[in-house]
Design a protein around this ligand. Structure first.
Ligand code: GAL
Length: 336
């Protein structure tokens, strides 16, 4: 990503032409923009993006990135979700701390709000956020729902529940090409489940499948007629070899799970949180979004975003290197 120019207002850059003329242009330019996995990712204020365990929502040409805000110095009893916006997925403008929650489910000291994901519900015109909500021992194992009238407004807590009465820890979000919204959730006794949301997205309506693998960080993408699911093993903050499986229908049958990278690199130190498909004018790209957790300095946790090599039932995460993404054309090119 480009370093912001600190002496200029948000998202403006000065271009000097050969004739010595100056023009102001917005930073979120057309054309390829560089993403550098594993590095500090400065927002428009020059601060590292706080959107850990996050998800992306696209509204028209704007992408919103929501995630856990683990900034230093926040109020200890509260949990925060931050929201950023971008039109190129490389330059991010801080919008708002969209959740500043003070233990809405009365879970006590050390309560947890993780992996927020936002869906836009067209019938109700509401933005609906799901997150993993838990007590400090991770026994509540439920989802919390928040809603808002704006993508980046102040979200209000609605309720917490166990989807389809199952335990739910890590959650993932998936919107199919037909617009149907699904939640992926880790159900410790059984594996992980993919389930459809209700018409207004305020509840989880129908189970599509139970994948009887003990995996979390669930992420799903529909690419070229196949569903690809990715998940990590249950090793807490420590990285492990993430794996994938495929199916022609969400109901399955799912293939056996295979490594997405050489197992010894443990997903290059990251854990899956989402796969984002970019349908461009020339081609489609699928971005693996992972978290490089730093449990003792969570605010400094990094992001590993890389274009996946995907197709024909195979999925592979290339070695992380800076790469260029053109969201218009869908082209993603790893630098040499
Ligand atoms: C990980 C999970 C994270 C967080 C962490 C706590 O397995 O993916 O979201 O819950 O455990 O130890």
């Amino acid at each position: 990503m480009k370093k912001p120019l600190s002496f200029l207002p948000d998202c403006l850059a000065i271009v000097v032409s050969g004739l010595g003329l100056m023009a102001l242009v917005a930073c979120a330019q057309n054309g390829p923009q560089t993403i550098a996995p594993g590095e500090i990712w400065p927002d428009n204020r020059g601060q590292h993006v706080q959107a850990h365990g996050g998800g992306i929502l696209k509204m028209n040409d704007t992408y919103y990135w929501y995630g856990e805000d683990r900034s230093q110095g926040l109020e200890r009893g509260k949990r925060y979700v931050a929201c950023y916006s971008s039109t190129d997925l490389a330059h991010w403008t801080f919008c708002n701390r969209v959740v500043k929650a003070a233990d809405p489910a009365n879970l006590g000291f050390g309560w947890v709000l993780e992996r927020p994901k936002v869906f836009y519900n067209a019938p109700s015109k509401k933005f609906v956020m799901y997150a993993h909500i838990d007590d400090r021992r991770y026994q509540f194992a439920s989802v919390a729902v928040f809603t808002c009238d704006k993508a980046d407004g102040d979200y209000q807590y609605v309720k917490s529940f166990r989807p389809l009465n199952h335990e739910s820890r890590d959650i993932g979000q998936f919107i199919d090409d037909d617009g149907t919204a699904y939640l992926i959730f880790e159900d410790r006794p059984f594996g992980f489940r993919i389930a459809k949301l209700s018409a207004v997205y305020l509840s989880v309506e129908k189970e599509m499948c139970l994948i009887p693998q003990h995996m979390e960080g669930g992420a799903l993408v529909h690419y070229d007629g196949l569903y690809y699911v990715v998940g990590s093993s249950l090793t807490g903050w420590a990285p492990n070899p993430n794996k994938y499986a495929t199916a022609t229908k969400l109901e399955g049958p799912w293939s056996e799970f295979k490594d997405i990278a050489p197992p010894e690199v443990k997903t290059y130190g990251s854990q899956s949180t989402m796969m984002l498909k970019i349908a461009g004018t020339k081609t489609n790209a699928v971005i693996f979004m992972g978290d490089i957790w730093k449990p003792r300095s969570q605010w400094d946790s990094r992001y590993l975003w890389m274009p996946l090599q995907i197709g024909g039932g195979k999925l592979w995460l290339p070695e992380p290197k800076p790469w260029d993404l053109d969201v218009q054309t869908g082209e993603a090119v790893v630098k040499k």
